[in-house]
Design a protein around this ligand. Structure first.
Ligand code: PLP
Length: 374
């Protein structure tokens, strides 16, 4: 058997080769490399796909978060709550705007932020510090409970920003990510559910004023004319070439989502007698960016996987509040026990759409075999 890949961008490229070729050739022909027609076409396509009002593309998922915070006027003197168990960009975006992060724990089963603790933080700090927003992270592809978040945020008058970098394509009650929160950020980093061939990102919003602010902010804060600057912005546009790649990938996006879902279902049914497997809340569809098991003796499993040539990833080995650069934002009154536990026990397996039956069997058989040693 050939080496199993954690992610198969090569086979994916073969599947879209013809479409990709014609899209890319078109871009090279018209040479509008910044905000060319493909960027606008992609924004329209993603608005239709997610049934959201406005899609504004930008240069990365990290920038999508920064731009959203800026559009809400968040900066120095403000606080923003986000989970500790996440990719660094979530917390980094807060600090880059001048605001301060407050870390909240995550649930053991969903990996999404803990609503009870979130409410407690908001209650305890009421009238003391200026908490402006909560960034919810749809970790591993599972959307957070935005209904619950809306109730909490209305009560405490804070904004909810969805960090959906890992969950594009997921849904709750048939409503897609992009249309679940007032503002949603996603990433097109190659390893995400919808990835381009470089960096890219997008923001979805239902609010026209925010949309116009974002369009200005992603181009240096321009106003009615290019050289009349109304606010401090960034250079953060999605390249036309990347938009063309994404348009080609959208043709197979639902097919891939389905394949990953089928793989996750197979892994769950085969492994649930042996391991703690990921379970979804009712009416929720994950984008299955990652398929993640919780294993107490993870080191042993890692050794075994290395011996048997099974690829894996550890997302994430250190929670944010333990990171050298972020330690000082730790609040001793907030217990982040699940974030710490998960960082020591999670392991993500390959479930991409191009896994063969033989590869899946190989992975599953070895997982069953090694169980008694863990
Ligand atoms: C990948 C990721 C980001 C950042 O996206 P980039 O496009 O790499 O900047 C932000 N948040 C989460 C949860 C992510 O997984």
């Amino acid at each position: 058997m050939n080496k199993i890949s954690f992610l198969d961008l090569e086979l994916q490229q073969k599947k879209i080769a013809n479409t990709l070729d014609s899209y890319l050739k078109k871009v090279l022909k018209h040479s509008k490399y910044i905000i060319g027609p493909e960027v606008k076409q992609l924004e329209k396509t993603l608005e239709v796909y997610t049934e959201s009002k406005h899609c504004i593309t930008c240069a990365s998922g990290t920038d999508a978060l920064i731009l959203s915070l800026l559009a809400y006027g968040i900066g120095r003197g403000h606080y923003v709550i986000c989970p500790s168990f996440t990719f660094p960009a979530t917390a980094e975006a807060i600090l880059i705007t001048g605001a301060t992060p407050i870390f909240v724990d995550v649930g053991k089963k969903t990996f999404n932020l803990c609503y009870q603790q979130l409410e407690k933080i908001l209650e305890d700090n009421k009238g003391k510090i200026d908490i402006k927003a909560v960034i919810a992270v749809d970790l591993f592809g599972l959307p957070a409970n935005y209904k619950k978040l809306k109730k909490i945020s209305n009560k405490y008058k804070v904004k909810v920003i969805a960090d959906s970098a890992q969950s594009f394509g997921a849904s709750i009650n048939k409503k897609k990510v992009g249309n679940l929160a007032s503002i949603t950020c996603t990433s097109f980093f190659p390893a995400k559910p919808l990835g381009c061939y470089g960096d890219g990102g997008a923001i979805f919003t239902e609010n026209k004023i925010i949309k116009n602010k974002l369009i200005s902010l992603r181009a240096h804060g321009k106003s009615t004319s290019k050289y009349k600057i109304s606010k401090i912005g960034l250079n953060s546009r999605l390249d036309t070439i990347q938009a063309a790649v994404l348009l080609a990938k959208m043709k197979i996006f639902d097919w891939e989502l389905n394949k990953r879902e089928q793989n996750a279902k197979l892994f769950n049914s085969e492994l649930e007698a042996y391991y703690e497997v990921p379970k979804l809340p009712k009416q929720t569809k994950s984008a299955w960016a990652q398929y993640t098991l919780i294993v107490k003796k993870r080191n042993k499993l890692v050794d075994y996987f290395q011996e048997k040539n099974i690829p894996f990833m550890i997302y994430y080995p250190i929670p944010m509040h333990k990171q050298p650069a972020y330690k000082k934002y730790t609040n001793k009154n907030i217990d982040l026990i699940n974030s710490i536990k998960l960082s020591k026990t999670v392991i993500s397996l390959p479930i991409h759409a191009y896994l063969t039956n033989t590869e899946k069997e190989y992975i599953l058989n070895h997982l069953k075999k090694v169980r008694k040693f863990l």
